[in-house]
Design a protein around this ligand. Sequence first.
Ligand code: GDP
Ligand code: MG
Length: 313
Amino acid sequence: MDTDHLARMVISGDTRAISRAISIAEDRSMSEECRLLMRALYPKTGNIHVIGITGPPGVGKSTIIGQIALEMDRRKIRTSIIAVDATSPFSGGTLLGNRIRMQESLNRTSIFMRSLASRGFKGGLSSATLSTIKILDAAGYDTAIIETVGAGQTDIDIMKIADTTVVMHAPGLGDIVQSIKAGIMEIGDVFVVNKIDREGSFLAIKDIQDSLAINPSGEYHKKVIGVNSLNGENIPSLVDELMSHRSFISKKRKDSKSRFMLELQIYIEDELRRIIDERSEGNGDLHREMISVARKGIDPFNGAEIILAKLLR
Ligand SMILES: Nc1nc2c(ncn2[C@@H]2O[C@H](COP(=O)(O)OP(=O)(O)O)[C@@H](O)[C@H]2O)c(=O)[nH]1
Ligand SMILES: [Mg+2]
């Protein structure tokens, strides 16, 4: 299938074409095919609401995403799910677990779900995620919900890309006051305390509320919502809050230039990291240069400068 045809199929909402396009973005991020595809899709983008879900492992991210997607589907919101696994290539089990937990959502034909994993290649996951969002945007999805696993650069990038960042807590998963201090509260737009069926959840809600009251975040009144992701209790209130944050940011979104700059930066940084990784491997030219610098017995600071000069030449 030629790229123009593929782009037209994506724009028409064909799910097989969407999957194929995502594979192209995932496997060969800066290939000619991907370049043509992204160019063709770009004029159709700019509407999707990106929701990033973050929180420690086991807090219930996968479970809640299934519930949010189902609730949005009931409201006739075209919803997609992207599960990003930036952890080691050996963590295939996590994605499998995600898939099983999200099965109920997957069975609904109007919800699109895709997992992106760092299958052994270094870097490239942030740009693959960004390109996936663009593809889903062009295909007419209203929302992309992204689950991130673990920390690292990809997580940071996704939190920057997200229009709405949901920070999750649950009783029994570390000290909430501690993460408040660690600054995690700053990045959240909406706070969720999951597992309200468990003891300690109401205290957790109160702790976050108190912290938000002490540090008011200016324009947007941030809320804390307690939910049970197993039975769906309070999920409609959470979706109401996500939609209200969406309309808040869509007014600010007029300033799309800073958004463009952010995306540009993510692609550049991601590709640079990938190039450096590739060329630092066993038979890469930077690897040979690194060995020769090491043999000279100079310090690493000056050694890095020599290698950078070579890279940027
Ligand atoms: N009791 C209770 N368990 C939950 C709730 N939400 C999720 N879980 C369970 O918590 C565990 C971790 O959930 P998961 O969605 O995989 O968390 P993730 O690692 O953040 O994606 C699973 O066993 C879920 O069934 C909840 O609201 N209440
Ligand atoms: Mg998960």
